[in-house]
Ligand binder design. Structure first.
Ligand SMILES: [Zn+2]
Ligand SMILES: [Zn+2]
Length: 114
């Protein structure tokens, strides 16, 4: 089963974004390349309920920073555990893809998105 990606997007709140990137110890002394972060685009498969979500930054091996937002303009930056459900092996020797979304995301896994 495959599904198209949600088309939800949002202009990122620059100051708040910078605040969250700077407090991540991994970014200490690093150029944040803030120009790369102008818009968030929802990474979920199409959905009619629930928040939109876009990956922002790595926190550690198991947790990433995301922005979640709603169509009526609310948003929050949240640290979420990674989704553990990677692609099942296909038996063709190809490395199965991990899901790049967060734990308990709605819709399908990233490897089911087209
Ligand atoms: Zn969405
Ligand atoms: Zn997933």
């Amino acid at each position: 089963m495959y599904a198209p990606r949600c088309r939800g997007h949002k202009r990122l709140p620059r100051d708040e974004l910078e605040h969250h990137l700077r407090r991540n110890p991994r970014n200490r002394g690093r150029d944040l390349a803030l120009h790369q972060f102008e818009f968030a685009g929802c990474e979920l498969t199409t959905h009619t309920a629930g928040d939109h979500a876009d990956y922002i930054d790595d926190i550690d091996e198991t947790v990433n920073l995301w922005i979640r937002w709603t169509d009526d303009g609310r948003h929050e930056f949240v640290e979420l555990k990674n989704c553990p459900d990677g692609e099942p092996p296909r038996g063709d020797g190809r490395e199965p893809e991990p899901c790049t979304l967060f734990l308990d995301h709605g819709g399908l896994h990233s490897w089911q998105c087209n």
